[in-house]
Design a protein around this ligand. Structure first.
Ligand code: ZN
Length: 252
């Protein structure tokens, strides 16, 4: 299958690609702790590999930019290796990506985000840049496009970080970053104040990850599998590819 991945292309190849490709997909990840059992590039690998699959599915309508390998992860800073951008730095970085690509004629952008901590600053970036540069911007935390599978297949009370969902995605997209012999359940601090309100539908408490879990993960990673990963990723691919079809053909 063919796909347009900008860092793997020459400028004449890109010039040719831009005759059909109207959307820039920007994979957005993070460098942050993921427990004992997933390497810290987890979110960047997932964003990159998911975007590559999307590019195959939506060829020749999209190009994929280099992955943003750093995200906004201050809540993971108590664990070694985490590198966090300030929200302002993150937004400035995205601005430079958008303004550069606009100069090459791209006017539609889809940010494929793999890290929850990026969602709020990404929303600010999207709102600001769409208007500042007169471009169309959409963004998704791509597992949100897999709601059916998640509600059917996952029953842990808390999940969403280095859990069965994320391990499964990694086993499907980037198996080399999973330490299979070290997979364990989240060692939760059940009486933590932040945990008490984690699933609240009316209030968000700012917290550090080590307040709620001692080993850095939540959920039950032992329930992760390649098969579950395939279901999650395929549902998200189908839904987001459908969106891309609509996004590419609509002029507003
Ligand atoms: Zn993650």
């Amino acid at each position: 299958m063919k796909k347009y991945i900008l860092p793997d292309m020459t400028w004449p190849e890109i010039k040719e690609a831009l005759k059909t490709a109207s959307i820039a997909i920007v994979p957005v990840g993070a460098q942050e702790q993921h427990g004992y059992h997933i390497a810290e590039g987890c979110d960047s690998y997932r964003a990159k590999e998911f975007s590559a699959l999307l590019a195959e599915k939506c060829f020749p309508k999209v190009v994929v930019t280099p992955t943003i390998n750093f995200g906004v992860s201050p809540h993971h800073m108590d664990f070694p290796g985490t590198i966090s951008l300030r929200p302002d730095t993150f937004i400035a970085l995205l601005e430079d990506v958008v303004s550069s690509l606009k100069q090459h004629g791209l006017k539609k952008f889809l940010f494929i985000n793999a890290h929850g901590g990026n969602s709020a600053p990404l929303g600010v970036a999207a709102e600001t840049l769409a208007r500042r540069y007169n471009v169309e911007i959409a963004h998704t935390k791509f597992v949100d496009a897999s709601k059916k599978t998640l509600s059917k297949e996952i029953d842990s009370k808390y999940f969403g970080h280095a859990c069965e969902r994320e391990i499964s995605e990694c086993l499907y997209l980037a198996p080399g970053i999973v330490r299979k012999d070290l997979i364990e359940k989240g060692d939760m601090n059940d009486d933590a104040f932040a945990l008490k309100y984690m699933k609240s539908d009316f209030v968000k408490v700012v917290y550090q990850f080590n307040e709620i879990t001692n080993n850095g993960n939540i959920g039950d990673g032992t329930k992760g599998s390649y098969e579950l990963g395939e279901k999650i990723i395929q549902e998200a691919l189908t839904n987001i590819a459908e969106f891309i079809e609509d996004f590419s053909s609509t002029n507003r």
